[in-house]
Design a binder for this molecule. Sequence first.
Ligand SMILES: Nc1ncnc2c1ncn2[C@@H]1O[C@H](COP(=O)(O)OP(=O)(O)OP(=O)(O)O)[C@@H](O)[C@H]1O
Length: 593
Amino acid sequence: MKATQKTKSGVARLLEIAGSRKRLLWLSAALTVAHVLLSVVPYVLIYAILKALLTPPADMIQIHTYIRQAVYAVLAAYALLYAAGMASHVAAFNILYELRTQMAEKLGRLPLGFINQYNSGALKKILADDIERIENFIAHSIPDFVKGMTLPLITLIYLFTVDWRLALASCLPIAGLAVFIPLMFNKKRGAVLTNFHRSLESMNAGIVEFVRAMPVIKIFGHTADSFDKYSGAVNRFQDMVLVFIRGSAPAFGIFISFISNASLPVLAVGFYLYFQQGLSTPVLLLFLILGVGYIRPLFALSNLGSQLSVINHGVKRLDEILFSQEQETPGNQTLNNDYSIEFDHVSFGYNPQTDVLRHVSFTVPPGSVTALVGPSGSGKSTAAQLVARFWEVERGYIGIGGQNIREVKPAELMAHISFVFQDSFMFQQSILENIRMGMDKTMVQIVAAAEAAQCHDFIMQLPQGYDTVWGKDGIHLSGGEQQRIQLARAILKDAPILILDEATAFSDPENEYLIQQAVNKLISRKTVIIIAHRLSTITQCNQIVVMDKGMVAGIGRHETLLTECPLYYKMWQAHTRAQSAVLNNKPLNTYAI
Ligand SMILES: Nc1ncnc2c1ncn2[C@@H]1O[C@H](COP(=O)(O)OP(=O)(O)OP(=O)(O)O)[C@@H](O)[C@H]1O
């Protein structure tokens, strides 16, 4: 999906994301600078104390004043650091909240099918892990970064005021780092990092799929090792970690050696000046303490570099969603009371290379039932999903009551369409809330819908009836029961247009009968599209649209299609053979026994 506008990257983008919280971040940075300034003060005072001690007669009153001031400075410096941390944490948590809200709102504005493009592991990494890391980075790393930059700078400025020769010697390790490090961080490393993050995402996705597929793996007798996609992803990630570590090790090694041996130039120059040029003892001691210690905050900066690259990658992935193309014409029209549906030469592909629907045209008159049938992959679900604008149609026209659905308000469209999927999604909430789905309905209406959907009786047998929480304390429902809950939702919503993906999975006779009863209650007086798999259930439909390889192969009633549409005739033959085999209790001839 294309981005709608060009985005900034790196810290600039982070500041953009911070929005109005930027002020808090600046406050945190200012407090950190004040902390750094006050952290240098005790060393200045130690230098003064050393000078006073080594200049007889020592002025003890003055020395005690210096000590008191040093203690106050340390306390004030820590108070400022605490305040800086508070400011950055408050900003970070607000940014975290805003980002999650923005993402949720954005996902709501994207075509409903968009989410299918991401596997759940990758999406989880973006929505949970990447956003969490941004929060962590802003809360901790911004004060670390400011400290890492300003402490060496302020210390150096002070050291230059004391003795420029030793101050220059203290700069040598930094000068070395400035020359070597850019040589180590070349463009190749950027590519390595991108691959590193991509393989981390694919490993996440592999793990989620592995956990979800565990029952299938066990049923088919595979061992965990045989789950290639998972182990492949783990192996690829391991390879990437090795490439990453091998790539970073030399740079990191040089960095550590420079920092660890930062005392050498100061020691050499300091002792030379002390013995040869009469450098005073307090100055030598000051440089031995400060001239070596000031470089330590650079350690934090080294971690920051790798953290920033992780954040950059996460921000890029977030932006892929935040700047994805929304439904192009949001539309502001409302529907009239005509709920007929019209497809006019609709062509559609999930990617530009392959069309899965080609010039599909048919009309569903208001209050009638149209069944979509056809071989697997012929485009039935795609056509049905397009009515609810799961995806945007760019070629051809889909209208409801003569209005192009692209011009209708998305919320209006959703309010007038119920979708019953094959897979019922249950929330970990009470059965009551699972039926109500946030709709403004009374208990009486909910029970009436549950009765019509043939689920009231089994709900009443649950430990807390309608208040039983699904998924908690081992409370689960069978597939057929979950599907009837879904039908209860649709009955409660009472939308004038219904799109029903007929279930094939839960077809034991009793369940099938109950589901059929519920469906019959649901479809009366509505405009209905049924994606049908069992042809016997749709012989009475007002119209049947036969799909084949993304095209319409025939339209008509059951009897007409039997004579006029060879594909439908073939499908009906296959269906009746299968039905009679079941009725006569014979094995189906399609299975080799
Ligand atoms: N989200 C998607 N992204 C990419 N391709 C898809 C997506 N959904 C479906 N397809 C492809 O579009 C084609 C039509 O699929 P569709 O699900 O609409 O067919 P169907 O007739 O409903 O099949 P079935 O009866 O098996 O459910 C298939 O080739 C399928 O692989």
